[in-house]
Write a protein that binds this ligand. Structure first.
Ligand SMILES: O=P(O)(O)OC[C@H]1O[C@H](OP(=O)(O)O)[C@H](O)[C@@H]1O
Ligand SMILES: Nc1ccnc(=O)[nH]1
Length: 506
């Protein structure tokens, strides 16, 4: 069928077209099916439907496909039904618990990278791997396919250090301290991070408060060689490009399936040529890892996958039942981390966790002797070398190196929540804290988030503030308050939890 092209200047992240339902019926396609769109070249696009936006005889072409067709633009295109790509059919095999071959896994990853899989198919891929875990071989191929479908960095000098957290604990801003500590000690650390997956601010969201985070692989190499380290967004590079496309699906589903998590992290490490990696595995209620047994199993899986890919991996099982530090949300977290860099002023949980992990890296990189890494990391914070390095990193990425914690802008609207009674913080719900920060606007609104005045186990007096919610927009703050009041993330109780009388009145 010949259809007249109607450009639609909206980016949808996929090759997509809109057909009038009359033409779609004629072609025998329904929403989510594919059509071949042919002018001088032939491309497959996913079909959307409309009753009125596009009249019969025309085809709406979204931005990405327009860009492709633009090379040899024509007024009309030939449109024919196309079959689903092989990668879409392979996802069904995972649902049926069949083991995929290396080629099949590569086919799926190519389908993700070249945008030929729809969001529905991608979410089926995520969901099926959540239900049916991939085997060790499949996970290795998934990781390798993610590395091979993107750019790689080869450094001339080694070792290359790297660090990654599996996420899942709110307020985990430690990379902002670890990267400068490690780089200040002469090691190279080209740190790529994802944006928030299950949280309210990933390291990429945080660093973006201070400097741009979108760079090509060659820029990352150059910047790392210049100042020793970077803090960039994995999705802004062409490094493991499938990763961010999968994370975009995981984010609304709030899931991070085991094998996806392994591949997502290790592909980014493999692509930058990391030699030594420390993994932070937060554990406890409300995290991705409920208990130490599961934490040890994940550690073994990460270590084994690292071995298969030629990296030495050490894992740190860390306390995750409470947030790290006292802030959740990009700008608030950056300000808290910056205060530690500036003056060592800050929560012990943040300083201790950051220096323990940085210390492990200094030992793995041969800069500190066994058992002395944390002391050196602490020293690097105290003597201001980490702050100096952080400023160099900010500058090389195009931010303002003169920035101080006082310059960081927090959302102008805020409200405090108060303790209803004297007592102790008996329960503290990490997931609810994240939810409230997200409703307040985090991570997209950098100034949104939550400050935690009282953590689990701490004593509190009636009417003392327990949380402050910040937002850039009044209406988002109102929604966040409503959500917090409906289901409080914190339970305050006196030492007496409940008095059970001898006889209960029925
Ligand atoms: O949103 P959730 O799932 O909590 O965690 C995701 C965060 O965890 C990792 O942190 P890092 O890059 O090692 O600092 C990721 O890169 C991302 O920033
Ligand atoms: N799945 C992931 C968890 C944490 N970090 C990542 O980059 N990816």
């Amino acid at each position: 069928m010949q259809l007249k092209v109607q450009p639609i200047d909206i980016k949808v992240g996929k090759y997509k077209v809109v057909l009038n339902s009359i033409d779609a019926k004629e072609l025998g396609v329904i929403e989510g099916d594919r059509v071949r769109v042919r002018n001088h070249e032939s491309l497959t696009a996913i079909v959307d439907f409309t009753e009125d936006m596009i009249p019969p005889g025309m085809i709406g072409v979204y931005h990405e496909l327009q860009q492709k067709l633009n090379k040899q633009w024509t007024e009309t295109v030939e449109v024919t039904p196309a079959s689903r790509p092989k990668s879409a059919r392979l996802i069904r095999k995972i649902m049926d618990r069949q083991i995929l071959t290396k080629d099949e896994i590569y086919e799926i990853v190519r389908g993700i990278v070249d945008e030929s899989l729809s969001d529905i198919e991608l979410s089926a891929f995520i969901t099926s791997t959540y239900i049916n875990d991939l085997t060790d071989d499949e996970t290795e191929w998934l990781t390798r396919a993610m590395i091979d479908t993107g750019e790689k960095i080869e450094f001339d000098s080694h070792p290359i250090m790297d660090k990654h957290s599996i996420g899942g604990v709110p307020g985990n801003k430690i990379s902002l301290l670890i990267v400068p500590i490690v780089a200040a000690n002469g090691l190279l650390i080209p740190k790529t991070s994802s944006r928030a997956i299950t949280g309210a601010g990933g390291t990429a969201d945080l660093m973006e408060v201070l400097a741009p985070v979108d760079f090509s692989a060659s820029e990352i190499k150059e910047m790392t060689e210049k100042v020793g380290g970077v803090l960039v967004w994995g999705g802004g590079t062409n490094i493991a490009p499938a990763d961010d496309k999968l994370i975009k699906i995981e984010y609304p589903l709030k899931v991070d399936p085991h094998s996806q998590l392994l591949a997502s992290i290790m592909a980014k490490k493999g692509a930058v040529g990391a030699d030594h990696v420390v993994m932070d595995i937060p554990m406890g209620a409300g995290t991705k890892i409920p208990d130490i047994k599961t934490g040890r199993k994940l550690s073994r899986d990460l270590i084994n996958l690292g071995e298969r890919l030629g990296m030495t991996v050490e894992c740190a099982l860390t306390y995750g039942s409470s947030p790290v530090g006292r802030t959740v949300g990009p700008a608030l977290e950056v300000r808290e981390a910056f205060r530690v860099l500036e003056s060592m002023e800050g929560p012990n949980s943040l300083i201790e966790k950051s220096t323990v992990i940085a210390g492990m890296m200094l030992e793995m990189g041969g800069i500190a002797g066994k058992g002395n890494g944390q002391e050196l990391a602490m020293e690097t914070l105290k003597n201001g070398k980490a702050l100096e390095k952080m400023k160099q990193i900010i500058e090389v990425q195009g931010g303002d190196p003169g920035v101080t914690s006082a310059d960081i802008i927090i959302g102008e609207h805020s409200i405090q929540l108060f303790a209803p009674t004297n007592g102790y913080i008996l329960e503290f719900d990490n997931k609810r804290i994240v939810e409230i920060a997200r409703i307040a606007g985090a991570p997209a609104d950098k100034g949104a988030g939550v400050v935690i005045h009282k953590k689990r186990g701490e004593p509190v007096k009636k009417n003392e503030p327990v949380l402050t919610i910040y937002s850039e927009k009044k209406w988002k703050l109102d929604n966040a308050i409503k959500s917090a009041q409906l289901n409080l993330p914190i339970v305050v109780e006196g030492m007496l939890i409940e008095r059970v009388p001898t006889y209960r009145e029925l």
